[in-house]
Design a protein around this ligand. Structure first.
Ligand code: FDA
Length: 309
């Protein structure tokens, strides 16, 4: 049942007609605000300051994806440049305290791969100037090869650029082996898109088991694993696998607004914890993926929708 609801919501997350209805509805701010820091760069900087004051590190995502418009792709790059400048000026970026996460489809990947590479390069340069790094988010499986190729190219000039691998894909264990080398920052997550059986595990158990196999490869390797999950069992397994690693050679990552007490608990125990903070006007696709992950969130969302209409 949960699986069916998830498939329906994920299908809706790519549907422009549903987007118009949901994004146009007078949603109470609290629904979006639970998962999104706000619409403006000021909101992003404020959330970063709050989180870093509490001993957490941050990766900021300027919301948006799937653009076919060159002007829009350029506007997204400029939004990142402004953000990185503001973080630098506020003293929040140094030493990677706050970095940025970038979706290549927001900066031109569906228009032309070269445009996406050039866009990502501009963001990496600005990040370097601010004293921090970039991680390339991973999107649906039609983009995996292209995203890993762009990551490889970027790393020639910006070796600290991070990548993301999704344990639900059959290919990922092998990708982990290739990317577990020294200096390689790799975020491991379960995966948030609707994928066919031909490329991805479909059951929660299979995805979780694959996550553990991938984590073992990354933790045994020379790279810098970034354990992105809220799943208490996986967080515990990661802690166990990391016990022989030196502090500061891996980190935990969780999303803004999800299990904040657990984020603070891990940080208080001396772990590096990075909170993924989305901000911006285009929150629709992101919000729908969060709703698909948990029916309880959907109830929360529908109640708020009903109470505002
Ligand atoms: P799972 O969904 O099984 O949840 C385990 C438990 O965590 C739940 O029982 C609940 O307690 C809590 N929880 C999880 N999700 C919740 C929610 N939405 N609301 C409230 N509680 C929740 N995906 C991708 O395809 N590409 C990417 O680049 C990224 N990037 C990324 C960065 C970071 C920092 C994180 C944490 C996640 C991603 N993801 C992602 C998303 C990821 O693939 C996955 O969809 C979510 O993290 C949910 O999976 P969990 O591992 O948390 O487990």
């Amino acid at each position: 049942m949960h699986g069916t609801i998830r498939q329906v919501i994920l299908a809706a997350s790519r549907n422009r007609a549903v987007e118009r209805v949901v994004a146009g509805a007078p949603l109470s701010r609290s629904v979006v605000r639970r998962f999104v820091a706000g619409e403006l760069v000021d909101d992003a900087v404020r959330a970063t300051r709050e989180l870093t004051t509490n001993g957490l590190t941050v990766s900021l995502d300027h919301l948006g994806e799937d653009t076919l418009d060159i002007g829009q792709a350029d506007a997204t790059v400029k939004a990142y440049l402004t953000l990185l400048q503001r973080l630098g000026e506020a003293g929040l970026a140094g030493g990677g305290r706050a970095e940025v996460s970038v979706k290549l489809t927001a900066v031109g990947q569906a228009i032309d791969e070269k445009l996406a590479l050039d866009s990502a390069r501009r963001i990496c340069e600005a990040a370097r100037n601010a004293g921090t790094t970039v991680t390339l988010d991973m999107e649906d499986s039609s983009t995996t090869d292209s995203t890993l190729e762009i990551l490889r190219e970027l790393r020639l000039d910006f070796p600290d650029t991070g990548g993301v691998l999704q344990s639900y894909l059959h290919r990922t264990e092998s990708d982990c082996r290739e990317l577990a080398h020294a200096g390689s920052r790799i975020r491991l997550c379960k995966g948030a898109y609707k994928e066919p059986e031909s490329v991805a595990y479909q059951s929660d158990q299979e995805v979780d088991r694959a996550y553990v196999r991938c984590l073992k490869v990354l933790m045994a390797g020379e790279g810098y694993p970034m354990v992105a999950s809220h799943d208490p069992r996986l967080v515990a397994i990661a802690g166990h696998l990391a016990k022989d690693r030196a502090p500061g050679t891996y980190e935990y990552q969780m999303l803004y607004g999800i299990r904040p007490a657990e984020q603070r608990r891990l940080a208080a125990a001396g772990e590096t914890v990075r909170v993924y903070v989305p901000y911006g006007e285009q929150w629709y696709g992101y919000l729908m993926r969060r709703l698909a992950e948990r029916p309880a969130n959907l109830t929360f969302f529908l109640r708020a929708l009903a109470s505002t209409s």
